[in-house]
Design a protein around this ligand. Sequence first.
Ligand SMILES: [Zn+2]
Length: 110
Amino acid sequence: MEHEHPPPGPGQRLAALLGGSETGGAFALEVLTLPPYASGPGAHAHPHGEGHYVLSGTLAATLGERTVIVRAGSAVHVEPDVPHTCWNPGAAPVVVLLIQAPPPANPQMP
Ligand SMILES: [Zn+2]
């Protein structure tokens, strides 16, 4: 398992909106887009907490031992150091706003 976020895989897009240098080290804001049925970052854990707010589509996420389905307009919180991964279980792209606090050291990683 990786301890920083793995880089985006095929078809994934990760756009950094705000990094720690722009928020006084408080948080980072990013948008992750996964094509239909695409896998997201592989299982990983990190010391920052992460909020996933689904803007459109449907996200499936495994957090520790549980798997959740997060529909557009809903959010899920990833606790620090909990192994997690996500994927798109649907036929439409999924677009997810990621809020990370504190911001990760490497702004290219979600
Ligand atoms: Zn993560």
